[in-house]
Design a protein around this ligand. Structure first.
Ligand code: ADP
Length: 610
């Protein structure tokens, strides 16, 4: 099991990766397509407060064309229409008809005359394929125009829906502002002030950064609101009084005939039905004139939002459990879906996909992580419990031996008149066995107290040499039993620490070295001073252990398989106590070993002075 801090770091990295992947997914064509659907959905869901439209549409519809002799009669119809609305004194007139070629002289002369009589006239230019040039009106018409605006609509490259209009379009040689913008400028007798971030016309700041292609998101007149008034030339011809609809308005003149497939577009409101290009220009004009701007949230804001969601998901699954975690995750998902709508009501377009996909991936990652890690933790806890049970079994078994001896001897003593020598021997045995029992109990109590951090160190200054000598005296009988030689060499000096606990630690390392070594081998004890710390190492030529075992021997109740098979009794707690003791002294204990090659345990203790 990894240390909790490493695990936490890994968890954070996994979440970061999930979040970044989510954002990356939202940047693919698929992600962007979903985002545009979300945009359209929100666009339809949120109805802006109604406003009084300032534009009107003079439509060249089928009936008008028919009355003026079909498609070739367009210029005729246009001239007649302009003459019919003149009495209403429109504020400006924008004509979305491409007039880049000369046609029949009579109709051209008639149209030129109509243009001459139309103040604040804006004519249209269309961009040639691949922006190779402009289809500008021929000079005889252009000279009467206050401005020429482009009528190039910006269709979404993914689904062909018209959501925005580029306010500026340029070829290599020259550029035009959009027809709607020019109509606005001319109607206000203003100029266009450019900055990299926006355009300013007649006191209106239009957010349209060069970096974003100077696009203007069009706020279409919502369903339910009185639409932009629309009168066809033919209707006007039959009832000239209809001209009052154009009084003081900015008039957009253009074809609306169904046959003109070229100039009919889909909008977020139209649900697949198409809108004439001229209506789109009028809507763009309304957006500008009424400052109904929709600006895009900055990338930094979007990334920050994603980071926030991912972090929240991470904390949710790290600290909440069960249904609470699920409820919190659901709330986060609701927030991720609702924020784009909420900010849309404030005129800011916030993409839905980055937050949603980053959050989803983060939730899946965090939930998976918790499942995985929790299971590992459970398994570790279970392992520990079973080892604890084994140890308890061992302890009760071990206790039985001295208890039986004590019981037996005391019974004999009570029942029979034994010779004096025998009585003394039995009393000594009872004494020794009960001490053994007491020390076993003490050991177990120590483990529990040390691990709970309740043991107080009784610090004092003493010579480590002396301590090692005392331990050697105690283990010598054990070593002699197996004919094991012990060599000791040490550095003089004084150490500050708890003498009793440190003696226990060194004694433990020594008894282990003897226990887990075959007869006729050697154990070396070396104490030295390195960088102001005392190092006591105990080296044996015993059974050793592999790397994985070496990593676990300091765990409570852990015993290696080789140790179990060796027939040596043990509980697996000694080394865990040694480690606790070393740690309480601000030191450490480590082992170097290989199977069959012997082991070297080294105890490192600070505060040593030579
Ligand atoms: P115990 O000796 O009671 O089993 P310890 O906590 O002292 O418990 O040791 C834990 C385990 O570490 C031992 O069971 C044994 O597997 C291994 N071990 C300890 N010291 C040595 C050693 N010197 N050589 C080989 N293995 C050792």
């Amino acid at each position: 099991m990894k240390a909790p801090s490493t695990l936490r770091l890994l968890y954070a990295f996994a979440l970061l990766a999930a979040g970044l992947t989510g954002v990356a997914v939202s940047w693919t064509a698929f992600g962007r397509q979903l985002d545009t659907y979300a945009y359209d959905f929100i666009f339809r869901l949120y109805r802006p407060p109604y406003w009084h439209t300032e534009s009107a549409i003079l439509a060249i519809d089928e009936a008008s064309l028919k009355a003026f002799g079909g498609i070739r009669g367009v210029r005729h119809a246009l001239a007649a229409g302009l003459d019919l609305i003149r009495s209403a004194a429109p504020r400006a007139v924008a004509v979305d008809v491409i007039l880049s070629d000369a046609a029949e002289e009579t109709s051209d002369a008639e149209l030129e005359a109509a243009f001459r009589r139309t103040p604040n006239l804006v004519l249209a230019a269309d961009l040639l394929p691949r922006a190779s040039g402009w289809e500008d009106p021929i000079p005889r018409f252009a000279r009467w125009a206050a401005a020429i605006g482009h009528v190039h609509a910006e269709l979404d490259s993914l689904d062909g829906v018209s959501r925005e209009v580029p306010l500026e379009r340029a070829t290599a040689r020259d550029r035009h502002w959009a027809l709607a913008l020019e109509a606005f400028r001319v109607s206000r007798h203003a100029t266009i002030l450019e900055t990299p971030q926006d355009l300013e016309v007649a006191g209106v700041t239009i957010p349209s950064a060069i970096a974003a292609g100077r696009d203007l998101r069009i706020r279409y007149v919502p369903p339910g609101m009185p639409p932009i008034p629309r009168v066809s030339i033919e209707q006007l011809r039959l009832d000239p009084a209809l001209a009052r609809q154009f009084a003081g308005k900015v008039v957009f003149v253009g074809e609306t005939a169904q046959t003109d497939v070229h100039d009919r577009l889909v909008t977020p409101y139209s649900g697949g039905a198409q809108m004439a290009g001229i209506e789109i220009h009028a809507n763009a004009y309304e957006t500008i004139a009424h400052r109904l701007f929709l600006t895009d949230a900055s990338n930094a804001a979007v990334l920050l939002w994603c980071a926030l969601l991912v972090t929240a998901a991470g904390f949710t699954f790290a600290y909440a459990a069960g249904w609470r975690a699920n409820v919190l995750a659901a709330l986060l998902l609701i927030a991720a879906h609702a924020l784009p709508y909420l900010v849309f009501t404030r005129g800011v377009v916030f993409p839905l996909m980055p937050g949603v996909s980053a959050l989803w991936l983060a939730i899946v990652t965090a939930a998976f992580w918790r499942h995985f890690v929790t299971r590992r933790f459970l398994k570790t806890a279970e392992d520990q419990r079973s080892r604890y049970q084994q140890a308890m079994h061992f302890v009760t078994h071990e206790m039985r031996t001295p208890l039986t001896a004590i019981q037996g001897s005391s019974e004999l003593l009570g029942r029979y008149a034994l010779p004096e020598a025998k009585r003394t021997q039995m009393a000594a045995m009872i004494n020794a066995e009960s001490k053994r029992l007491a020390s076993m109990i003490q050991t177990f109590l120590n483990v529990e107290r040390l691990t709970a951090g309740q043991m107080q160190l009784q610090r004092g200054n003493f010579a480590p040499d002396e301590l090692i000598a005392a331990c050697l005296d105690r283990v010598r009988p054990l070593a002699q039993n197996k004919d094991i030689t012990i060599d000791a060499s040490g550095a003089p000096g004084v150490i500050s620490g708890d003498r009793e606990l440190l003696e226990y630690a060194v004694y433990n390392l020594l008894t282990n070295a003897i226990k887990y070594s075959p007869p006729h081998t050697r154990v070396e004890v070396l104490s030295e001073t390195v960088d102001g710390a005392l190092r006591v190492s105990v080296k044996d030529q015993g059974i050793g252990m592999d790397r994985q075992e070496a990593r676990r021997v300091f765990e409570k109740f852990y015993r290696t398989e080789k140790a179990e098979r060796s027939g040596e009794m043990g509980s697996g707690v000694g080394l865990s106590i040694v480690e606790q003791i070393a740690r309480q002294h601000g030191g450490s204990v480590r082992v170097e070993s290989a199977p069959g090659q012997g082991s070297t345990f080294t105890l490192v203790l600070p505060h040593h002075s030579a």
